[in-house]
Design a protein around this ligand. Sequence first.
Ligand SMILES: [Fe+2]
Ligand SMILES: [Fe+2]
Length: 349
Amino acid sequence: MNGPELRQQIFANGLRVLKRPADQQETPYVPICLSALMSDERVTFRLFVKITEGPEGHTGFIPYLEEGEVIESHWLDKLKNLGIEQLFFHSRDTEKAIAYLNNHLLVESGRAEPSFKELCILREHLGFSLRLAFKDPHLGQHAGMARASLTTLLQAMERAETPWKLLLDIMYRDYTLYNHSVNVAVLATAMGVFLKKPKKECLVLGIAGLFHDLGLIGISDQIISKKEKLTDEEWETLKKHPCLGYQCLKGKAEIPLSSLRLILEHHENAEGTGYPQGLELKRQHPLTRIIALLEAYDGLTIFRPYRPRHSPFAALKILQEERGKRGGLAFEPEMLKKFIGFLALAKEN
Ligand SMILES: [Fe+2]
Ligand SMILES: [Fe+2]
């Protein structure tokens, strides 16, 4: 089926199009949200649509737009009306997609207040840069690109009265390592701005969010995605990921030393029963509680194939009740209170 035929079929609603990932199979296709695409402009890479085929519901990707074709605005409207939020491109085109987003940003970033569209473009830019960084064994150039992308997002947050609600709206809802990392980076940067931390600290938080789970790349997917309870041995393996990430990033000029500490400490508890070091609160980095809280919150509110996502309210309740081995609170009440304040403000505006 070629692009025009497929478009016709989709618009006639005769084809089952996947509106959200039904599984976590590793594919070379990368999602891009419709809001990050420029209507009535040429697309500079091939775009695909994800469909289900056959009685087993296998997923497939069919070309939807060829490189150089113009995206007509009414096509985007029709896709949105059908509940489709994303198209896909092949991962070998990631650099082209980033260059495309850079051009799109030039058009979108002129307003006094960042729009939902601009924030979507920035989030996708961050996610695509992070993909390149995670695939690059030396991390250098692409980690620098991800850091630059995060700096642009921070500048957008500081440009005007921060649109907290829009920031929550751009969060990804489906779990992949990239989505979770970008969510935590966006939340952590926003929390830094909300708490009126200096710009440098906001960036430290954001970079730590981006790379906090980098160490998971070295751990088998069977352990990470296991639905059943982990064996003691598997649990010990999983607990190595903060150290693995720390080792991998140590000495990289793009990663501030404070972010490195946060990466190493993101599973430490407020009461000193966390891992890998079991550090007591007073020995933790002053920003560790922010990263630990936000990464736990995102872990609960993001959809996993084996369990529904928790609502923000349910997630906060779990975090409030989370108790460690000695009966103390794993999440420091003071920081939790500040985060609830942040969420309440985001709901209001
Ligand atoms: Fe982690
Ligand atoms: Fe995490």
